[in-house]
Design a protein around this ligand. Sequence first.
Ligand code: HXC
Length: 515
Amino acid sequence: MSLLSDKISDLQKRTAQALLGGGEKAVAKQIAMGKLPARERIRQLLDEGTFYEYDLFIQHDAKEFGMDKKILAGDGVVIGTGKINGQPVAIYAQDFTVAGGSLGSMHARKITKIMDYALRMRIPLIGINDSGGARIQEGVNSLAGYGEIFFRNTLNSGVIPQISVILGPCAGGAVYSPALTDFVFVVDKISKMFITGPEVIKSVLGEEIDMESLGGARVHCEITGNAHFFAESEEQCFKQIKTLLSYLPANNKVSAVVKKSEEPDKKFKIEKIVPADATAPYDVRNVIKSLTDSSDFIEVQELWAKNIVVGFGRMHGKTVGFVANQPLYLAGVLDCDSSDKAAKFIRFCDAFNIPIVTLEDMPGYLPGVDQEHAGVIRHGAKVLYAYSEATVPKITVILRKAYGGGYIAMNSRHLRADFVFAWPTAEIAVMGPDGAANIIFRKEIMEAPDPEAMRKQKVAEYKEKFANPYVAASKGYIDSVINPADTRKFILQSLEISVDKYAGGPSKKHGLPPF
Ligand code: HXC
């Protein structure tokens, strides 16, 4: 045996030892919990044979509480690079089989190393979270580690896409890394995210709650809005990540991979989807599918704030972000949650040079004490800010209702939409005809011999005057009133001529969005 082959067999022994993670028993426990081991997760997510692991031999340097006698394989986290859809990505996956994936200083250093690498190479970062949180034995060094991660999440924000995948516990301050990233993926029964766990809640507040009801996958997809994609299984989750990444650029200086242009599926016929009766509901996702190549559309935050729909599609092979009021829920109004959802999505598109198509059909902001007290003024302002600030090509199509603040907020000309089109069914007014007539003709209605007949007459008069697109068209607030069947054609033409759009603003350090 040569010296080299001795060294190689030593390397192989060390590698095999490190790859055991927390050992067979811990791995068996992980699988019994319905969870995949960390490296298997990476293997399933990445293109076959593309993963290169770094820092396999990292060891912690903690001494207290018996830690000086413990060897923790890879310090409980796997980092490396690979490819998804043929495109490079940087990835880390916490290994719960090693000290519960808890985060000590070397564990954090591995994560921050791959984050720095992702930023330097300008490639997307994916973090798989499965951890008991700050490693208790390492005290403030663990907290310092989290701080370093949060700082880098912020630094990377808007430069590379950052994706968090929650595949186990993500407890305490650990939740703030996912919260600082762009997209959070969760899996039913597996993901658990919370600041304070059930035991703390019981001891402080005396309330009993199980982990699933407190911060399970459904809770974060349907109630809090902290998560963006819900999956039934890890396998389904990995498919979702691959699909999402196919729409995204690797960084803020390049475009997403351009696909072959395809016509929409003929079953999504635009004229048949939207009823002319302004009060009849319809699913706006079908309108989006009538516009996109092959009718493909990946919806973001599908289960939360359903009164607005946001997501990605392609037109002529290029990625487009869609923001659309959803008449199926709350008549598509803007409220606190839908404003937050839209604003974050608009800012993502703007940061990554993805043109935004807005489909408008809504009666305004949601009225009521609950909304006012929940801060609809502050939340609603985020939509105005996000659209006004965005310099990517911005195209609006008004399908039916565009009332009041909603008309302005949904990417109106006044917030610097590049193109505003309206269907002949559009109604652009300060408020709906009923409310408007009741206010401005109140005296005449009250004093009429037949108030109800007079009210109807005044509503009809108001409708005739304002509930159409032509007043706005006469002022140039909309560019064209178009045949709905031509919508894709008009959007494609607008996208084509705005490829080199330039929109400068005043010099400043940064603006102050209504956070
Ligand atoms: C050190 C930890 C740990 C931690 C788990 N382990 N969490 N070790 N620090 N935070 C270890 C366990 O001791 C155990 O080691 C192994 O991981 C597996 O844990 P189990 O408890 O056996 O697993 P399970 O029953 O599945 O329970 C998982 C769990 C529970 C719900 C996550 O471990 C738990 O409640 N952990 C503590 C969670 C927590 O409070 N973290 C701190 C949050 S505060 P052995 O050797 O027995 O296998 C925080 C502040 C950050 O994170 C602030 C940043 C700003």
